[in-house]
Write a protein that binds this ligand. Sequence first.
Ligand code: IFM
Length: 483
Amino acid sequence: MKRRSFLQSAAALAAAPALQSLLNSAAAQNLPSLSAAPNRFPNDFIWGTATAAYQVEGAVHEDGRGPSVWDTFSHTPGKTFQGQTGDVADDFYHLYPHDIELMQRLGTKGFRFSIAWPRIFPDGTGTPNPKGIDFYKRLVDALLAANIEPFCTLFHWDLPQALQDKGGWTSRATAQAFADYAHYTVSQLSDRISHWMTINEFGSFIDAGYGEGVSAPGLRLPRAQVMQARHNAVLAHGLAVQAIRAAATRPVEVGLAQDMPGAMPAIADPAHIRAAEIAFREINAQYATVIFEGRYTDRYLRTLGADAPKFTPEELKTISTPLDFVGINIYTTQEVVPADTPDGFLMVPRPTTYPHAASNWLFVNPQALYWTPKLVSQLWGVKKIYITENGYSSADVLRPDGRVLDSDRILYLRNYLLQLQRGIAEGNPVAGYFLWSLLDNFEWSSGYSLRFGITYVDYATQKRTPKLSYDFYRNVIATNSVV
Ligand code: IFM
């Protein structure tokens, strides 16, 4: 301690006149001022963190909550890492006041969370559960008291089990049930919440849940049924957008949170950029493209042939109901090159040496935060984007001195945020960024084996320890820049 303060004061004494004369001469020569932070974000930029109900709340049997497909799936032997479940998770249901203090210390202006549908309608439909709504009222009131803007997602994968028993997303009735749940919830909470997102990441619960069987409900259905489930889910989104607008008691902004599989030009020349645009639209045909364009691409329908979903023109209109903002969950992207094929593009297979996080799908490519918003705004004329998720899983270690020095997460965040800032400076319409995640949490079928938080959670004691990346992010927010 002594040594540090001696060095600090000695350095300060030696540097003071030199620094002053440098500043003076910079001003005289009209050079940029040393005090002006480089890589600044817009003044009204919303810095936030993100979570989801089943991943953090716990308290699965409290206050009348019904079972969800994730309760069933995680309690089925062999489905999650070491049979782990979200029964307790981060116990956010009880500890949220403490976690809001963590957000305050961080300086965040926004918090993205999701509402557990089975807390509001334990059976998916029917009589609402007032205690479920009360929990979210308490949570939102506490956020507002802390000057943190709530960004609410209505569905982050915890479908009520009762609806799954009737076919889940393979049934069109689930789309209507979702709109009804959205209508009721917004009627109760829109006096407090201005930003609403319908659905989080369609592919992660449809394709992974009904096609590959690696997420709840763990099914491997024939392709035609999975394609119909995709359609029912985007229809649910469109119906919910309309229900939210109809139910809101004051003006609200409506969007979604989608992880558009990225495509970026391997080389930033016109031919590669064109190839990336074509690829981006096609690889998002089943979700984002139909939502923004109100049509499935010819290639999508042709490729599916007899397995293509059944739909009506009226449904396509509903699905593409205009949004106020678009939330994009961005972790990675993939390089595209032009190719002499009917599609005109080739997705570059990732070499085995391509860097990735602890999650084997999370390939590190900072330019994802530059190109994905750019392509979305250019292709579909989107005027307002939030990065609703971005983050990194690491092999975090709690050291004997009580610190978690996650320099790899900082490396990731710094490089990604620099690209985000570069894009905004060039005109990408990004209004905010929500880091995934505030806390380590239940990472679905990987259980607690993968940590995404900037706060370390000791699951045995529920003790929270801010990691070095928490300090890094606090500095980004305080300076509104990446330095
Ligand atoms: O934990 C998930 C989250 O629920 C959805 N987006 C990706 C995150 C990291 O895998």
